[in-house]
Design a binder for this molecule. Sequence first.
Ligand code: COA
Length: 225
Amino acid sequence: MVEVHVVQKENRRHFEHLFDGYYRTRYDIYVRQRKWIALDRPDKREIDQFDTDETAYLFAIEGDKVVGSIRAVPTLQPTLLSDIFPELNIRGPIERPDVFELSRIFVLPEWRGERAKPQLEVGLRAAAFEYGLSMGLGGFTSVIETWWLPRFQADGWKIRPLGLPVEIDGMSVVAVYITCDEETWLTMCERRGLTRELLHWKGLGDLRRQSLPVLNASPELTLLP
Ligand code: COA
């Protein structure tokens, strides 16, 4: 059974033992498999300047392993968009307490596609909305490859491009602003058959500013192996 956990500085001690494997998995996926060679490091961990104390991680955990993840970086801190790809944003900097940047989504190969119900990749994106809504966020920025766009659209996401797509290392990349609102989350849950909140907030209950609307609970639909 996979559980999706919020991990941030206030509860990181519960998950510290997973971080080394998590960074090594990122290295496998982004450097070895996707060949994003600029991220190569001699210690074979993919860690960058946006992995800070202020970064929130959503870890999909099975047993003692992170099998999927997405990270959220506050836009009041340096982000990929502000520091690495500023040219992708022609609308001016976004530095807002209620906007986080999403990046580094991955799912281990054996968890891709529809093996998990709901699909783990879908679960992680829905969980990002749960996180945003619970923390009172109004939106996310993200630097994405354009093949994500139809997927976002299929989930009812409200997306505003921040610039034109640009070819970078053979990838078509665009910066987007994603509105984080209840309507979108509810639409996504309905379209994807999500019937309950996915996130676990171990030791973080007090940080949640808002509770989410109740979904139509159905015990049959869970994140199954
Ligand atoms: N380029 C173009 N299309 C891609 C793609 C890529 N790098 N990765 C996924 N897709 C699209 C394809 O349409 C693919 O269908 P196909 O396999 O028939 O070509 C479809 O997404 C399904 O992808 P799949 O990988 O089978 O499963 P998923 O939807 O469960 O997982 C990811 C999607 C991105 C989470 C997973 O592929 C992954 O972890 N990739 C490595 C990390 C990564 O590249 N993350 C995105 C940038 S941070």
